[in-house]
Design a protein around this ligand. Structure first.
Ligand code: PA5
Length: 447
């Protein structure tokens, strides 16, 4: 396999027989997933997507990306939740750490900024200020077209486009990624003639990064979406067997379920690369929205190392013992840097002279793993060889299928998200949206 799942550090926490004893349940979960007999069966199109995706649309995405690269210095990507996190994590994972800060002469492709993922007015104001009088285009991503955060941001940036370019040119700078057949954004895009891409019906937001939702922003940043899809396609072929001795994504699902039942109810996804912070945010939605329901589920959290070893590290080492951790470790960083030699060893670092920073990072990873095990934190790791688009596609698929199987193992529907509606209903009512008057009054009385 291109990436490897390492469970060898679980000995202290899981007996040898336990994985095998999960096989029958894993086989059943695999059958629910692949045969569509499990809950949420309508949302499994991501399973074969790396091969079945719409090739005509894929080419249109590449062409649109080229146009945006040629006529825009800034690309504003508007969306929230599943219509945001995948694109953001991939753009971060695949590009220079300081991509947006590089001079245009070096970057060659537009700055990519995200909006509509909060209701902060300062954020939007500051982004408009940053764009200044430079050329920009907008990608509005919303399946429903009625999500408050992106809808407000879209109105604002649309207004700026019209102000700068006039109505006709503004429409050519708006790219709408939305439902294929219906919804407010679909209807607007059709009426206004925006170039449109599809949020597929059979793929929930958190599984949508390999659709147009993620692909257009990723392509605009200059990363290879061909390699990304190839990595995912190879992972699809790799993680096809229900046999736990063969399928490492299923091993991950089984082990986290074994640990969950022993009281390890929080899982930390950890990294040793700052540009993978958003990868953990993407994973947190994937895991949390898939599994946190019916009053149960592993709570997904994250930590960024070695940074957080100097803060959260204390809790992880000695706090409440309900934590397990999964590290995504890059085996070969994009760039390595040597510790320079100094004539005098005033800082006592002489023993590291000539060694590389990645050597230190890897030793930190090894030392932390053993310390956490000794402190009572079960440790798993996923080793990825590099931070290429191919590897990211592979890794995305590993977690997508691992979490789906994990959800079925825990007896829930991994593909719905009834809980995210509660706040939306209250917010609509409090904002005075037509149709919510009665609830608005009740809520205001309680406030
Ligand atoms: O996973 C989900 O369903 C959510 O995170 C949605 O993706 C998010 O609320 C955005 O929805 P929409 O794409 O309809 O604007």
């Amino acid at each position: 396999a291109h990436i490897t799942f390492d469970s060898s550090k679980l000995q202290k926490f899981v007996h040898d027989n336990e994985l095998g004893e999960m096989q029958a349940m894993v086989t059943a979960a695999d059958s629910e997933l692949r045969n569509g007999t499990g809950a949420g069966a309508d949302y499994r199109d991501w399973l074969n997507w790396p091969n079945d995706y719409d090739k005509e649309e894929f080419d249109r995405i590449k062409k649109a990306a080229q146009k945006i690269q040629s006529d825009s210095q800034v690309f504003v990507v508007i969306g929230i939740g599943g219509s945001y996190l995948g694109a953001k994590m991939a753009v971060d994972f695949l590009n220079d750490t300081f991509y947006n800060y590089l001079p245009d002469s070096e970057r060659k492709t537009p700055q990519v900024f995200f909006a509509g993922n909060s209701l902060s007015s300062s954020y939007v104001y500051d982004l408009i200020h940053l764009i200044g009088d430079r050329d920009f285009s907008v990608n509005i991503i919303s399946k429903s077209g009625t999500t408050t955060e992106p809808s407000i941001a879209f109105r604002i940036f649309k207004d700026k486009l019209v102000e700068k370019y006039g109505e006709a040119e503004a429409k050519k700078r708006i790219y709408a990624t939305t439902d294929a057949n219906s919804g407010a954004l679909h209807d607007e895009a059709k009426a206004e003639g925006y170039e449109s891409f599809v949020v597929p019906d059979g793929i929930g937001g958190r599984y949508s990064v390999l659709s147009a939702v993620g692909l257009l922003p990723i392509a605009v940043s200059g990363a290879s979406i061909d390699d990304l899809m190839q990595g995912a396609a190879d992972a699809e072929a790799e993680y096809v067997s229900p046999d736990l001795t063969k399928n490492e994504a299923y091993q991950y699902a089984a082990y986290r379920n074994i640990l969950y039942r022993k009281g390890y109810t929080t899982e930390l996804l950890e990294n040793y690369e700052p540009n993978m912070m958003m990868f953990s945010e993407w994973w947190k939605q994937l895991a949390g929205e898939s599994e946190g329901k019916d009053q149960k589920g592993i709570y997904p959290s994250s930590a960024n190392f070695t940074t957080d070893l100097h803060s959260l590290g204390q809790y992880i080492q000695e706090g409440l013992r309900n934590l397990m951790e999964t590290v995504v470790k890059v085996d070969k960083p994009n760039h390595d840097v040597e510790v320079p030699k100094e004539p005098q060893d005033l800082d006592g670092l002489g023993y590291l002279e000539g060694k590389t920073m990645d050597y230190a990072n890897t030793k930190a990873f090894e030392g932390v793993t053993l310390a956490h095990i000794d402190g009572g934190v079960p440790n798993m790791s996923v080793h990825i060889p590099d931070q290429t688009a191919y590897t990211l596609g592979y890794l995305i698929y590993f977690f997508e299928i691992g979490i789906a199987i994990s959800g079925y193992l825990n007896g829930i529907n991994p593909f719905n998200q009834p809980g995210v509606e509660a706040y939306k209903t209250n917010m609509f009512a409090l904002l005075g949206k037509p149709g919510y008057e009665e609830l608005g009054q009740k809520l205001n009385d309680r406030l």
